[in-house]
Design a protein around this ligand. Structure first.
Ligand SMILES: [Zn+2]
Length: 111
């Protein structure tokens, strides 16, 4: 996407990444949220804004609290993650494990 001019213009204008045509904007309900849909009148490409995409995604990733059992993994101990987190944590990925002795809480954080 071209970034040659400082965009003081309203954020509603967007050029198609495929053919550079100005995209048309309309508001629609998608997955229960009112979002801005950008459609290219030339090639039919359509997009939603990143903010709207993040807002929709948040609704489908809810806070999780489940009882788990501490298990032995080799010489260590661990707990398995709820199934929903398979979408978020990938095998082999580095995480930071933190223990707070005041609250007895363990948190696992993606960097
Ligand atoms: Zn286009």
């Amino acid at each position: 996407m071209p970034r040659d001019e400082d965009t003081d213009e309203e954020p509603d204008t967007m050029k198609c990444g495929d053919c550079e045509t100005n995209m048309e904007v309309k508001r629609e309900n998608r997955l229960g949220e009112r979002v801005q849909i950008y459609t290219c009148p030339n090639c039919g490409q359509s997009l939603i804004s990143l903010d709207d995409a993040v807002r929709i995604q948040r609704r489908f990733i809810k806070a999780i609290e489940e009882e788990r059992t501490v298990v032995k993994i080799g010489n260590s101990i661990g707990v398995t993650f709820p199934r929903e987190l398979k979408k978020i944590f990938k095998l082999g990925e580095k995480v930071k494990v933190r223990f707070d002795p005041d609250t007895m809480e363990v948190s696992v954080r993606l960097d």
